[in-house]
Design a protein. Structure first.
Length: 369
């Protein structure tokens, strides 16, 4: 920190090793970290501390800073709580969107020995609930949705740089759904709900709607994972890859990243199986369902164009099947977006949510197309 603010000439690898955990150094060696900090100090420093994104704890802080380039950023630090404490996560990145809890449905709520952070804005029914990422990730969309109804986002357990307490790992879709259900009940957030889920969050809200059908009146699924994703992709890779390459790829896919890289530790195969079983025994009730799918392939996923296109064909078919979960659903391709549609084309996400909210209020506005 002293180097970043211009108060120290250099940081040695030994300095960093003394303050960073073994797990961190195993992922990013001290020499590489020292070089990265030197580069950041040269490009952006000195950094001026301006406050915190939210009240810091004894183990975690997101400090807001201004740089010499007049760009607002953040320095994010998490400690392990040991004696002496060691840094387990460290990141210099863009400043998160400001989330200031206000009102009776915002704050940290006890769900039975753990507290989760909830952020609700706006008013009206139905309540839109966002699933996937942190509350701060949904600010651009939530700030528009709150203009026509109540909108709520939250920080999941183990969410990186969030305000919720940690939970035992690994986690499954059932754990996430149980947390959200308990949080909405503890905060007494009025229903009914329109659940909006992105990626894995889209998988989780499918399970929530199956488990709690009386609470859910509409769904917006943003490039949502289909319960058959793992099996279909595995079969596709087996057809296209030589046996040795297929085995190596499957070993890599089955290996769960360490918690330092993947703090939520979601067991995706179990989560997919849980959601498939729930939808088989309790299919989704008829309701307004709006599916948004990406239109730009993820070319970084593979250097082989054939694999990229094969992946896209599998994903498009799975998206069509998600849209078929409910009769009279709507399915739109976000032509200018990759996976993060709500960030790349937020207007599409807001429009989809608005149509579902309007249909919940007045079912005659929902027509097949």
């Amino acid at each position: 920190m002293a180097q970043l603010t211009g108060g120290a000439a250099r940081l040695s690898a030994a300095d960093l090793t003394a303050h960073f955990s073994e797990q961190f150094v195993a992922v990013m060696p001290a020499r590489a970290l020292a070089a990265s900090l030197e580069q950041t100090a040269a490009q952006r420093g000195p950094l001026t501390f301006t406050g915190f994104a939210f009240p810091p704890t004894t183990t975690r802080a997101v400090a807001l800073v201004d740089s010499k380039t007049r760009q607002r950023g953040s320095v994010r630090i998490q400690l392990d709580g040991g004696t002496p404490p060691r840094v387990v996560r460290f990141e210099i990145s863009e400043a998160p969107a400001a989330v200031r809890p206000a009102g009776r449905y915002s704050g940290r709520f006890d769900i039975g020995g753990r507290r989760l952070f909830l952020h609700c804005t706006g008013s009206g029914s139905p309540t839109v609930v966002f699933q996937g990422g942190l509350a701060s990730d949904w600010v651009p969309v939530q700030s528009k949705v709150e203009r026509f109804t109540r909108a709520c986002s939250y920080d999941p357990a183990n969410g990186l740089w969030g305000r919720s307490d940690a939970a035992p790992m690994p986690r499954t879709a059932q754990d996430v759904v149980a947390d959200l259900h308990a949080l909405l009940a503890a905060a007494k957030v009025p229903g009914p709900y329109v659940l909006t889920g992105h990626s894995d969050g889209g998988l989780f809200v499918q399970l929530y709607a199956s488990r709690h059908p009386d609470q859910v009146r509409g769904l917006v699924l943003i490039d949502a994972v289909n319960g058959h994703y793992y099996a279909r992709r595995t079969a596709m890779l087996r057809r296209l890859l030589p046996p040795a390459a297929w085995k190596a790829t499957m070993r890599a896919l089955r290996a769960r990243p360490p918690a330092i890289l993947d703090p939520e530790q979601i067991d995706l195969p179990r989560s997919l199986a849980q959601t498939r079983a729930a939808l088989s025994s309790a299919p989704l009730r008829e309701m307004p369902l709006f599916v948004l799918s990406h239109g730009q392939p993820d070319k970084s996923a593979s250097s082989d164009p054939k694999l990229v296109m094969a992946d896209e064909r599998v994903w498009r078919q799975l998206q069509a099947e998600v849209a078929a979960l409910v009769p009279s659903s709507r399915h739109v391709i976000a032509r200018r977006s990759g996976h993060d549609i709500q960030h790349q084309q937020p207007g599409l996400a807001v429009a989809a949510i608005h149509e579902v909210v309007r249909a919940v209020r007045d079912p005659t506005t929902w027509k097949t197309r």
